[in-house]
Design a protein around this ligand. Structure first.
Ligand code: UT7
Length: 369
C-alpha cells in the first residue's frame, strides 16, 4: 500500500460573464427576493468557452499550487455531466491541452457528486499503488442544457471548474474515509436525456428532450436526508465524531439545503463553506470551487478535519473525510485565465432562448411540466 492521498494543489476557474438575479428578472417571471430567499443565489457564471477551457485554467492553477508540471501527473480524472463530446472523453482533451503525456485519463459521471466519487477513486488508486499523482477536475458548462424560459430550474445553475492534485503521504494526513451511494429509482427526479444514445437517430435536437427535467421539491428532501446520513457514515468509517470536524465543504445546490443538513448534523454554520451566492449550482465543479474558496478564506487550517459532501443526479451522494496537511498555501502561483469575452450575458443565452422558445408558446403561462 502506498499511503493515504493528500491534497497538494488546488485551483478554480470562474467564467467572467455573470448572470445576476436582476438579469433573470428580464428573462423569466421571478425576482431577486424570491431567488435569494429560496436559494441564496445572487449571481452565477455563464461560460463563453468550452468545458475543457474551464478545466484547463483550474488544472493549471492546481498544478502550480502543487509545484508540479503536467508531465508529473500519471492519472487525470475529469468529473462532468457536460462533456464537449462523448468520445474522446473530456479528460483526454484536457490531457492533450495540458501536455500531461504520462497520464491515463477518463471522465467520471456522478453528476453533482462527481467530485466526491472522483476523490474516492483517486485516493483508492493512490492507496493501491495504481497511481501516484492524480489530477482531479470537476468542470461544467451547465447553461448548455438550461431552458432560460423555465424559472424553476434556470435560476439555480452556473458554469465553472475546480481542480486538485492528490499525492501519497505517509504522515497520517490525507483522505481518511469515504461514503458513496446511489439510488437509480429516485434518479427520475433529475434528468437531462441529451448527450446519449436514447431515442431515434435524428439530426434535429428536440428541445424537450434536451432540457434539464427536475423535480426541485423531491430533490430537496432527498438531498437534506442524504447529506446527513452520508456525512455520519463517512465520519463513522474515519473513527471521528461531528465535534472533530473543522470544515464542511458541501455541494452548493441551495443555501437552505446546506443549512438544513448542517442543522440536522448539529454543525455550526461558521464551520460550513458557502459560496453559492456568487456561483450558483455548478454540479461537479461546485465542491472543488468551494474547497478553493474555503482554503483562501482560512476555513481550512493545517491539520483540519475536512468533510466534503454532495448529492446529485442519479441520484448519487457521497462524502469524504480528510485530515488536511500542514500546507494551506499554494507552492506556486499561476496567471492562467480564460480569454476575455466581449459578449453580454444575454448574447450568450440567446441560443438557449431561441432553442427552447417552442416549448413556451405563451410565456405568461408557467413553464412546461
Ligand atoms: O444539484 C442538485 C440539483 N438541484 C437542487 O438541489 C435543487 C433542489 N431544490 C431546490 O433548491 C428548490 O426546491 C427550488 C429552489 C428549486 C424551489 O424552491 P421551493 O421552495 O421548493 O419552491 P417550490 O418549488 O415549492 O415553488 C413555490 C412557488 C411555486 O408557485 P406556486 O405553485 O406556489 O404558485 C413556483 O411556481 O414558487 C414558484 N417559483 C418561483 N417563483 C419565483 C418557482 N420558481 C420560481 C422563481 N421565481 N424562479
Amino acid at each position: 500500500m502506498a499511503g493515504r492521498a493528500t491534497f497538494t494543489g488546488w485551483g478554480k476557474c470562474v467564467p467572467p460573464v455573470k448572470l445576476t438575479n436582476a438579469d433573470l428578472e428580464h428573462l423569466v417571471d421571478t425576482d431577486d427576493d424570491w431567488i435569494v430567499e429560496r436559494t441564496g443565489i445572487r449571481e452565477r457564471g455563464i461560460s463563453h468557452v468550452e468545458t475543457t477551457d474551464l478545466a484547463e485554467v483550474a488544472a493549471l492553477k492546481a498544478l502550480a499550487a502543487a509545484g508540479l508540471e503536467a508531465a508529473d501527473i500519471d492519472m487525470l480524472i475529469l468529473a462532468t455531466v457536460t462533456p464537449e463530446i462523448t468520445c474522446p472523453s473530456n479528460a483526454c482533451f484536457l490531457q492533450e491541452r495540458l501536455g500531461a503525456v504520462n497520464a491515463a485519463a477518463f471522465d467520471l459521471n456522478a453528476a453533482c457528486s462527481g467530485w466526491i466519487y472522483g476523490t474516492a477513486t483517486a485516493s483508492s488508486m493512490i492507496a493501491a499503488g495504481v497511481a501516484e499523482r492524480v489530477l482531479l477536475v470537476g468542470a461544467e458548462k451547465l447553461h448548455w442544457v438550461m431552458d432560460y424560459w423555465d424559472r424553476a430550474t434556470c435560476i439555480l445553475f452556473g458554469d465553472g471548474a475546480g481542480a486538485a492534485v492528490l499525492e501519497p503521504s505517509d504522515t497520517g494526513e490525507g483522505v481518511l474515509a469515504a461514503d458513496l451511494g446511489a439510488d437509480g429509482v429516485a434518479g427520475r427526479t433529475m434528468v437531462f436525456p441529451t448527450l446519449g444514445t436514447r431515442g431515434r437517430l435524428s439530426s434535429v435536437r428536440d428541445p424537450f428532450v434536451h432540457r434539464l427535467h427536475f423535480d426541485g421539491r423531491a430533490v430537496f428532501k432527498i438531498a437534506v436526508q442524504g447529506i446527513e446520513a452520508s456525512v455520519r457514515r463517512a465520519l463513522d468509517r474515519a473513527g471521528l465524531d461531528l465535534a472533530d470536524v473543522d470544515a464542511v465543504i458541501p455541494h452548493q445546490a441551495n443555501e437552505r439545503i446546506i443549512s438544513a443538513a448542517a442543522r440536522r448534523l448539529g454543525i455550526d454554520t461558521d464551520r460550513v463553506m458557502l459560496n453559492i451566492g456568487t456561483h450558483g449550482n455548478s454540479a461537479a465543479a461546485s465542491v472543488p470551487m468551494a474547497l478553493v474558496d474555503a482554503l483562501e478564506a482560512g476555513l481550512i487550517r493545517p491539520g483540519s478535519i475536512v468533510v466534503q459532501t454532495a448529492f446529485g443526479g442519479g441520484v448519487t451522494w457521497g462524502s469524504t473525510v480528510t485530515r488536511w496537511g500542514e500546507r494551506v498555501e499554494p507552492l506556486g502561483g499561476c496567471d492562467a485565465a480564460l480569454p476575455a469575452c466581449d459578449e453580454t450575458v444575454f448574447d450568450l443565452l440567446a441560443p438557449n432562448r431561441d432553442f427552447y422558445a417552442p416549448l413556451h408558446p405563451d410565456p405568461a403561462v408557467d413553464p412546461v411540466a
